[in-house]
Design a protein around this ligand. Sequence first.
Ligand code: SF4
Length: 210
Amino acid sequence: MNKKLATLIVKRLIEMYPDAKCSLDFSTPFEMLVAVCLSAQCTDDRVNKTTPSIFERYRTPQDFANANLNELEVLVHPCGFYKNKSKNLKAAGQIILSEFNGAVPQTMEELVRIPGVGRKSANVIMLEAFDNPQGIAVDTHCKRIANRLGFSKESEPSKIEKDLCKYIPKEYWKDVNHILIWHGRNICTSRNPKCEKCELKDYCKFKAKY
Ligand code: SF4
């Protein structure tokens, strides 16, 4: 991979998915944080169906900090891993109140101190809630496509992110966060990728196997 080819691939993906955007519903940075925590091992669609009833009952970090864990678990249940996610959301409310003056912090270093928020989630929050991308969120789609297209040979998300950031100019980081997910959902699926329909097949070594 090199910067020129990386830019060309990214531009082609932007043309393929001009409407690509975050598919989680939220109206405040804190709602974004809650939604992204719930989205671990769960579809965005399921999260969007679940958050309205959660936000009806719990809106602010204070609400979550004071939440009755059993009640919260019932509401979080449809998103899976409900015990862990509920515990983390309550703890997130507490730390946001005690250490960040009740507001979602706006740096990666601070965000990853919040229970349930890893580097991937922090990247999503910085981009979606604060329009200030600090890197590239490496989820399962991003990882697969980065490997297939030759952006990275690594398997560890933090190393894949480093490779992506090395080759892709910063001005495209915002788009890259969205277009790789959309490409992974629509064409470059985990099983049976639709290589024949893919506009990137001329640049992709992986497709040669099909
Ligand atoms: S050619 Fe196939 S493997 Fe390569 S990016 Fe396109 S869909 Fe994915």
